[in-house]
Design a protein around this ligand. Structure first.
Ligand code: ADP
Ligand code: ASP
Ligand code: MG
Length: 911
């Protein structure tokens, strides 16, 4: 795509000509009208409303002559003004006969009084035409067969669309044109060279043919419709650097003349092509039909310009590169210009200036999706109360294939004219400067130019500054190839602090190095130069930072066993509500078990995660898994959720936290493992801004860790924590009553699935001991598992049983011991409870079978509930008690889920 240079933005005074006088009439008349017809928005009735400048308002009041313009039809003059709607249809809109019919339908159904339609060549035809020239000038006679293909494409389309005289007349014109082209290409072939005007003449034929066919199809519906060869009307002045400037005064004169000979209410005009003042055919350069349409809109003072294309409007980023790009409802003229200048090729950058002058809104719409309202481009948008709507950043765009030129030297500082010398050298080689940045020390000036122009630029600079280089006033003229520009665009960036900071932190998170920065005083854009290879990654990274929910989390779930699977199902059920109501967007990008893993770039469909793991799972690899989930640059925050009980997985937490990955887990291994590793982990956690949550390690979903933290952080002092921390053991002792034996109760619990497959894992007390260690450490005690006396309920001789079955079989032999203990307790009005204790006063912990009075809260427990009592300086006489179900997949997963939400709120989710 040719890129307009910044210097070309303004309309030259001569070209602006008498536009100023006539424009206002539109408003004078339209203030009373509020008609909104198919796909168009009146200048005064856009969403909110478009704010016109004072200058234009005053012109509204002062224009009397203008009103006469609309009445001038009878005099054979062109009736300019709001009665005209201008439409432009891009190449894809007229890509085949069916599509041309659809376009004709849109034209016919538009109820505007008068319509001017600008049309591109059929999709790919302009490329085919350039290819003809290329072949001919390379003396490759295949240009003839290529020309036949062009002929055939249009002949076949016409046969589909037309019949009778219309068909005959089109085909005769087509053959005549092709014969002329053949002669011209032959000349090019012989010369081995095509002049620019030869080339422009050839390539413009696509538009000549598409316009004639469309006009004929519209006529088929019974409407009066004339096609316009825009070369008869549009006059443009070549400016060098592959651009042309419209000559509005001359074009207007020619338009008046054309209209006096073709007075009609529907005109189908060719896009792209025009004439020089000397009547030589030329073009508005690649993608120039948008510009043609804008010039027409201005010439006709139309009430709107609708640009029809193949996407729903202007997206916040190129939808081919950023799948999550969103449609922008509105853009100001400046924003649209900046977006297109910096690479959003949905709109040619030069489209804006002609229509902006008359406040003509542009609406970008999708011919393939008529129900989409499109993007409205107009003056700034305000709501009814005068507030400027809109986000500070509207969109991002990139330009690739650039090179940076860096001119550096101490001799530049304070020397007037250095910049002028640099850029005049650049101008002499006709290169297009896309951005400039100069450090205020004046020590260096750097600028970006298209890669293909950089050699010429650097040679010109070296020759211009050879003396300065020799004398050492300039130290170097350096070329940095393979660069891209990324621009953030938005009118409100100026008044919103912190936008640049957010932009740069998103780039930093994606590990993208910024080579140069530029922000103009208007602050409509912030531009950064990056490596070419980082271009798409950078675009995605910054887009996600501004456009995704602030608390979008990339999640990796490790261990989809019972708890992990329940968590995934809970996420599935709740994700939509979280997104809608709390702006929290949780994306599971990976699920890994010990054997296979499933990864996704945008998020796994949780309604089918089980099938997807089966169908698309690949061999599990934790490093790859982490890299992929964290390496997703769409999403600013990553959390790994470890739902295993594996110490090998826990050993990675330190590394993950160091990389900025948040960790959430019910796995007790890290916090109850070796003390030195635990302390290292917590130390890192405190120093970093990365979070580590583990509420579900104790009491499943019960608020135990958070309660303890709340007490400590508010200055309370923990004296003792005592509790029934095992759901299984809670159940066993709540049921071990009357004349029931302990082994009987264990067997029953095992059968009901309340115990681990081998009940010794519960009865050994290690699990409770780990919880005690976690709480003790949380309270500041430096204890290791080995420091804890544990009362194991596994009789010593049964520790070595080879299987759970053997253990269960032999357990009744030891029933008497516990029965005796129970009886002693009962005799003193007490019950047995298996508890963990953190004795903070004496810096100790224990796991033991204790006796409690029948009135004690621990004796009142039912089922598998947990109960934890915190005795603190504040809660001394009556401990603070947390009680509730402390085991089971649902509540454990619920505990993990609430840690995930806590993380989201730490990261800025609304409360
Ligand atoms: P036409 O032939 O209709 O002029 P173009 O191909 O010139 O269409 O422009 C439309 C294309 O621009 C879209 O298909 C889209 O892929 C691309 N594009 C690039 N950036 C953007 C953006 N920010 N918003 C919308 N489209 C974009
Ligand atoms: N047909 C021309 C091109 O492809 C102009 C346009 O479609 O905008 O460049
Ligand atoms: Mg285009």
């Amino acid at each position: 795509m040719p890129v307009a240079s910044l210097a070309k933005v303004s309309v030259s005074p001569a070209a602006a000509g008498d536009f100023t006088v006539r424009a206002p009439c539109i408003y004078g008349k339209r203030l009373v009208s509020n008609r909104v017809s198919f796909g168009k928005l009146r200048r005064r009735s856009c969403i909110g409303h478009c704010v016109r400048s004072e200058l234009q308002t005053s012109r509204v009041l002062g224009s009397v002559t203008d009103l006469s313009l609309d009445n001038s039809v009878e005099n054979g003059h062109l009736p300019k003004g709001d009665s005209w709607a201008v439409h432009k249809f891009g190449g894809t809109c007229v890509g085949n006969s069916e599509r041309i019919k659809d376009v004709a339908d849109v034209v016919v159904k538009d109820d505007s009084e008068r319509k001017l339609v600008v049309v591109s060549a059929m999709a790919k035809v302009t490329d085919m035409m350039y290819d003809l020239i290329h072949r001919a000038q390379s003396r490759d006679d295949s240009y003839l067969s290529a020309l036949d293909a062009v002929l055939e494409k249009h002949r076949a389309t016409a046969l589909d669309l037309l019949d009778g005289d219309e068909l005959a007349s089109f085909l005769s014109r087509l053959h005549e044109d092709v014969n002329n082209l053949k002669a011209m290409l032959r000349a090019i072939y012989i010369a081995g060279h095509a002049t620019e005007s030869f080339s422009d003449f050839v390539v413009g034929h696509g538009e000549l043919w598409s316009a004639q066919m469309l006009a004929a199809v519209v006529r088929k519906s019974g409407l009066d419709c004339t096609w316009m060869d825009a070369r008869d009307v549009l006059v443009v002045i070549p400016t060098g650097s592959n651009q042309v400037d419209p000559d509005f005064v001359e074009s207007e004169k020619r338009l008046e003349k054309w209209f006096s000979q073709n007075s009609t209410k529907i005109i189908i005009a060719t896009g792209f092509i025009a004439s020089t003042p000397q009547n030589i055919p030329t073009t508005l350069k690649r993608d120039g039909s948008d510009f043609s349409a804008a010039i027409m809109g201005a010439l006709f003072r139309s009430h709107q310009l609708t640009i029809w294309t193949d996407v729903d409007g202007v997206y916040s980023a190129d939808p081919r590169k950023v799948s999550e790009a969103v449609i922008l409802k509105t853009l100001s003229y400046q924003e649209a210009w900046e977006m297109s200048y910096f690479g959003a090729n949905v709109l040619h950058p030069r489209t804006i200036i002609p229509v902006m002058k008359y406040d003509i809104p542009i609406v970008i719409r999708n011919i393939f999706n008529l129900s989409a309202p499109g993007t409205m481009i107009c003056r700034q948008i305000e709501d009814e109360d005068g507030y400027k709507l809109d986000a500070p950043v509207k969109g991002f765009a990139t330009i690739d294939n650039l090179a940076l030129v860096n001119v550096e030297g101490t001799g530049m500082a304070g020397v007037p004219g250095t910049a002028s010398d640099i850029f005049s050298a650049v101008k002499e080689v006709g290169a297009n400067v896309i951005m400039i940045s100069q450090a205020s020390s004046e020590h260096s000036v750097c600028f970006a130019v298209p890669e293909k122009e950089v050699n010429a630029v650097s040679e010109a600079l070296r020759s211009k500054f050879s003396e300065a280089l020799q004398a050492g006033r300039l130290s170097q003229i350096e070329v940095i190839p393979n660069c891209s520009i990324l621009a953030a665009v938005g009118q409100k960036m100026a008044s919103t602090p912190g936008v640049s900071c957010t932009l740069f932190s998103a780039l930093a998170k994606a590990n993208i190095n910024v080579r140069a920065i530029s922000q103009g005083c208007s602050e409509y854009n912030v531009t950064v130069v990056i490596k070419r290879e980082d271009s798409v990654k950078a675009l995605r990274a910054v887009h996600s930072r501004f456009f995704l929910s602030r608390t979008t989390l990339a999640m990796g779930i490790i261990g989809p066993g019972l708890i992990g699977a329940t968590l995934l199902d809970q996420l599935r059920d709740q994700a939509a509500v979280l997104k809608q109501e709390f702006n929290i967007d949780l994306r599971v990008l990976g699920i890994t078990g010990s054997k296979s893993m499933l990864l996704s770039e945008i998020g796994i469909d949780l309604s089918r995660w089980r099938e997807l793991v089966n169908e698309k799972g690949t061999e599990a690899n934790l490093d790859k898994f982490t890299q992929q989930v964290h390496g997703n640059h769409f999403i600013p925050n990553t959390v790994l959720v470890d739902c295993t009980a594996d110490s090998a997985i826990a050993s990675h937490y330190y590394d993950w936290l160091r990389k900025g990955i948040h960790v959430i887990t019910p796995n007790k291994k890290a916090n109850s493992g070796p003390l030195d590793q635990y302390l290292k982990l917590r130390d890192l956690q405190r120093k970093s801004y990365t979070h580590y949550f583990y509420e579900a390690t104790v009491g499943a979903g019960l608020p135990i860790i958070s309660t303890l933290r709340g007490l400590l952080e508010t200055g309370d002092k923990i004296l003792r924590i005592e509790g029934i921390f095992s759901g299984t053991l809670s159940y066993l002792f709540n049921t071990f009553v009357g004349d029931r034996s302990f082994s009987e109760v264990v067997a029953e619990a095992k059968d009901a699935g309340f115990t681990e497959p081998d009940p010794r894992d519960d009865l050994s007390g290690t699990d409770v001991a780990r919880k005690v260690i976690i709480l003790a450490r949380e309270s500041g005690l430096k204890l290791d598992l080995a420091d804890l006396p544990i009362r194991s309920l596994v009789p010593e001789p049964l520790k070595g049983c080879a299987s759970a079955e053997e253990f269960m079989e032999k357990l009744p032999q030891y029933d008497d011991d516990l029965a005796k203990e129970r009886l002693e307790a009962e005799n003193s009005g007490e019950v047995l409870r298996y508890v963990g204790v953190v004795d903070a006063v004496n810096q100790k912990g224990t796991v033991e079978l204790r006796r409690y009075k029948k009135e004690h809260p621990f004796a009142q427990l039912a089922g598998s509930d947990n109960i934890i009592a915190f005795t603190t300086t504040r809660y001394k006489d009556h401990p603070l008690i947390v009680r509730g179900p402390g085991a089971g997949a649902q509540v454990t997963a619920g505990g993990i889920f609430s840690d995930i939400l806590r993380l989201a709120s730490y990261l800025g989710a609304p409360s």
